[in-house]
Design a protein around this ligand. Structure first.
Ligand code: ATP
Ligand code: MG
Length: 593
């Protein structure tokens, strides 16, 4: 199971793990941000620090002329009287503030872009590693895990990264403002930072557990939410007939409500301290103002410093709130982050570029030596001691009761499942590692359940080939052989007709014949048909089998079928029974019911 409730990893540890999954380009972007963020802080403090001279000049203009260099500098602009200073200072101040705002907008854009770019990279990485996982891994996990993992958790890590950046940004900003405040008045700075800081620390300590519990709920319920959606819609026919809409709805509702409740709780936890702390901040300023007013000289004398403090507090409070809220967000995503990392941590097997690989030069025979198979170490033996030799160009039929292991045998023959014991040998070479890719390159398979995509008929036949590279001649030939061309030609849009999700707009037999056409399009040397004609009427099946029969004597064909008539023209017929394979002689063939 992918969802790990483990709390062993600290948030920082998880972030380090996430960092390792980022590409070089993204890491470099982070380094650039690491330089820009402090600059943003400087810009912030500069626009803030400019308030002090502004207020000083507006209240007591003559103070500024105490400095000779300012007097000399402004005299260049023909400014002699102190009153003339006010306007230029206001203009300079405005430019500073606007410049700082623009820089911060740019910084926000850069941070958000990098974070969401990382999210996209990580999602693609997970989909890529998932697609390359061996077949055995795919049949052992529910696809909603992967879908929820990619759609929710991994893309959620983009938001996590964004919040980490916001946190760092706010911390730098807050730190610089604090320093400025300390320079202006150490005592007030100390009182306010300790006061506000301890409030946030206390709240974080308090909400830690709640956030973790919610983060578990978010991780679990987001998988359930997708699972119930998939299951209800996937079995819609049964749901409609049985009238079980309510059951699916209530399961979905439960997941959805739990998920939203946890998210809502986390949002409230993240946002609520703001109001208390703001109230505290305002009270603090009032007290400070009051304390100053009691001293000789009154408030007027300290107005510039007080103004600076009001402004600083107005910037400092949101910065502290941002630090806290971002931390709360990341903490609330902790479990999702663990799941995302476990998806990212999936081992990527050696990837061989199929287009660069030459197909196996299959010359003489396929040999199975003592093949045995179990789906799991503790599970039942599905196949045991299966040995046979199939000559190139042979037509082989395979019979056996349902559940006897026919499809499993095909999966092993195709190199999708690795046999638990024994080996598959082609032309006296064992099919392992890169040989599997070469072998698969010359195989075409028609599965029991054909998965058609919501694309055109042509795209479904030339499956996985980009539209502009589809060889329409080959598509037509494949459709003809699969006995589906008449039907396709009869469609208004012909080969450009869209088949609907999973081929929902086609009959079972039409889907099967499209599946056969898809296999034939590949021009493979080995063709495996797993009940490929089970949905066809006798006459259609016969003509499809005739066409397959006429494919050429160098193509090896293996056919699983329940109907003996399908296997009529096979050279040899095997029966899977009790986990083993036995050949049925021509005479006993007639005896098989
Ligand atoms: P059918 O004629 O119904 O298609 P089959 O001969 O093709 O049957 P298989 O699909 O090969 O049968 O299944 C063989 C056995 O392996 C069955 O008992 C089945 O329950 C089991 N099995 C199949 N797939 C899995 C799986 N993914 N995990 C565990 N057991 C499986
Ligand atoms: Mg089967």
């Amino acid at each position: 199971m992918m969802i790990i409730m483990g709390q062993g990893d600290s948030i920082l540890g998880l972030l380090v793990k996430l960092w390792r999954h980022l590409g070089h380009r993204r890491k470099n972007q982070f380094y650039i941000l690491a330089i820009l963020l402090p600059l943003g802080g400087v810009a912030e403090v500069m626009s803030l620090g400019a308030v002090l001279p502004l207020l000083t000049v507006l209240i007591e203009p003559e103070t500024i002329f105490k400095y000779d260099y300012i007097k000399n500098f402004v005299s260049i602009f023909n400014i002699e009287k102190t009153e003339q200073m006010a306007l230029p200072i206001v203009i300079v101040f405005s430019f500073l503030v606007i410049g700082s705002a623009l820089f911060r907008i740019a910084l926000l854009w850069a941070m958000t872009r990098v974070a969401f770019g990382c999210g996209a990279d990580l999602c693609v990485k997970v989909y890529r590693t998932t697609l390359y996982q061996p077949y055995s891994k795919h049949i052992s996990q529910h696809s909603s895990n992967v879908i929820a993992g990619i759609a929710g958790k991994v893309s959620g890590s983009a938001a996590v990264l964004q919040h980490v950046l916001l946190l760092i940004n706010a911390a730098i900003m807050g730190g610089m403002i604090l320093i400025a405040m300390f320079i202006a008045s150490p005592l007030i700075a100390l009182i306010s930072s300790v006061g506000i800081g301890s409030i946030y620390l206390a709240i974080s300590w308090q909400s830690r557990k709640r956030l973790l519990i919610n983060s578990n709920a978010i991780a679990v319920e987001s998988v359930r939410q997708i699972k119930y959606l998939q299951e209800g819609l996937g079995a819609i026919r049964d749901v409609l007939i049985d009238g079980t809409q309510n059951i699916f709805l209530s399961m979905y509702q439960k997941a959805e409500f739990s998920l939203r409740k946890a998210q809502c709780n986390n949002n409230v936890i993240a946002a609520s301290p703001k109001f208390m702390v703001e109230a505290f901040g305002i009270i603090l300023i009032a007290i400070i103002a009051f304390a100053f007013s009691m001293r000789s000289g009154g408030v007027l004398e300290v107005l510039p410093v007080l103004g600076l403090f009001v402004l600083a507090a107005q910037r400092l409070l949101p910065a502290l709130q941002q630090i806290y809220a971002s931390w709360a967000f990341v903490a609330g995503m902790q479990t999702s982050l663990i799941d995302a990392i476990s998806l990212l941590d999936q081992k990527l097997p050696m990837i061989h570029d199929r287009s660069m690989i030459a197909g196996l030069a299959f010359k003489s025979e396929i040999e199975a030596i003592n093949l045995g198979f179990k789906y799991s170490p503790e599970g039942p033996v599905v196949l045991a001691n299966v040995s046979f030799v199939i000559e190139r160009g042979a037509r082989i039929g395979i019979l056996g009761v349902t559940g006897s292991g026919k499809s499993t045998l095909f999966d092993i023959l195709m190199g999708l499942l690795v046999p638990t014991t024994g080996q598959l040998v082609i032309d006296s070479e064992s099919i392992v590692n890169e040989k599997i890719d070469q072998w698969q390159k010359i195989i075409a398979h028609v599965p029991q359940n054909i998965y058609l995509t919501d694309a055109t008929v042509a795209e479904n036949i030339a499956f996985g080939v980009p539209l502009e590279q589809i060889d329409m001649e080959r598509v037509r030939l494949a459709a003809e052989r699969a006995n589906i061309s008449l039907f396709i030609d009869g469609l208004e849009l012909g080969y450009a007709t869209v088949t609907g999700e999973r081929g929902a707009r086609l009959s079972g037999g039409q889907r099967q014949r499209l599946g056969i056409a898809r296999a034939l399009y590949k021009n493979a040397k080995v063709l495996l048909l797993d009940e490929a004609t089970s949905a066809l009427d006798d006459a259609t099946e016969k003509s499809v089998m005739d066409a397959i029969e006429g494919l050429g004597s160098d193509i090896t064909i293996l056919i699983i079928a329940h109907r003996l008539s399908t296997l009529e023209r096979c050279d040899f017929i095997y029966k899977v029974e009790g986990g083993t394979l036995s050949m049925i002689s021509a005479s006993s063939l007639k005896a098989v019911p």
